[in-house]
Ligand binder design. Structure first.
Ligand SMILES: Nc1ncnc2c1ncn2[C@@H]1O[C@H](COP(=O)(O)OP(=O)(O)OP(=O)(O)O)[C@@H](O)[C@H]1O
Ligand SMILES: Nc1nc2c(ncn2[C@@H]2O[C@H](COP(=O)(O)O)[C@@H](O)[C@H]2O)c(=O)[nH]1
Length: 228
């Protein structure tokens, strides 16, 4: 006699209540771009619409912009504190960008990933290269391009949070930053925020379904085959 049909919800590896069903390792979604192309804008929208992803809040020695909140936008720290964090291994990656120090706190990322959550990073190409060395299998790398150079400058100016000198410095570094586009898995030309957001969500959805991330798959398939 055939074995009684087993409910999917009692199969090993199946996580009741989770939308993807199968238990899965969290992934690390990186957004990089020249300054002003729209990483912060897209990150905020994605975080508001997807409750399975957590933002990695970086530490920086840069001064807060008007409206930026310590602990939410960045952890704003002194150079001495940054160096202490870096030298004690508390940063997963770090880089000097536009003469300021930036880094990703290790513990928060590890905690989120081990809880099965995905983590979103707004970091530059130097940090992405470092994550690639330590966590290649978990990394999904997305590079944003502005539609035109004029658009990029307009965005930096209309953000109205940086001085003319800072805008000039960021525009002068944009070409170098863009030269790293070949190191990324996906490219989004961020002309329209809604369109870019839809594409980013599609990337995330597909990456979440990658077989190698589905830690519950082998058990699920075994249970399924045993029941057949
Ligand atoms: N698709 C878009 N169309 C028009 N304006 C945009 C678009 N995306 C972002 N912006 C605007 O461009 C400005 C810069 O965007 P944002 O701060 O998100 O860039 P960023 O890549 O995070 O910059 P940085 O690297 O300096 O942190 C903001 O004023 C934002 O509202
Ligand atoms: N390597 C890292 N780069 C980072 C990190 N946090 C932010 N950044 C990048 O710095 C520039 C400038 O950012 P801004 O907020 O001062 O405009 C931008 O390209 C960010 O992606 C980090 O932890 N590591």
């Amino acid at each position: 006699m055939a074995a009684p049909a087993t409910s999917h919800f009692s199969l090993p590896g199946w996580k009741p209540g989770s939308r993807s069903g199968l238990a899965r390792r969290g992934l690390m979604l990186v957004l990089s771009s020249p300054s002003g192309a729209g990483k912060t804008t897209l990150s905020r929208r994605l975080l508001a619409e997807d409750d399975r992803i957590t933002m990695s809040v970086s530490v920086t020695t840069r001064a807060p912009r008007p409206g930026e909140v310590d602990g939410k936008d960045y952890f704003f720290v002194s150079k001495e504190r940054f160096e202490e964090l870096r030298d004690t291994g508390a940063l997963l990656e770090h880089a000097t960008v536009f003469s300021n120090l930036y880094g990703t706190p290790r513990q928060a990322v590890e905690d989120a990933l081990s809880a099965g959550r995905d983590v979103l990073f707004d970091i530059d190409w130097q940090g992405t290269q470092q994550l690639d060395q330590s966590a290649e299998q978990d990394l999904v790398k997305v590079f944003l391009l502005p539609p035109t150079a004029e658009d990029l400058e307009k965005r930096l100016r209309t953000r109205a949070q940086d001085t003319d000198d800072v805008v000039r410095q960021r525009m002068s570094k944009a070409s170098d930053e863009i030269s790293h586009f070949t190191e990324y898995d996906y490219i989004l030309i961020n002309q329209d925020v809604e369109d870019s957001l839809a594409k980013l969500k599609a990337i995330l959805q597909a990456e979440r379904l990658k077989r190698r991330r589905l830690t519950g798959l082998a058990g699920f398939v075994k249970g399924l085959r045993d029941a057949l």
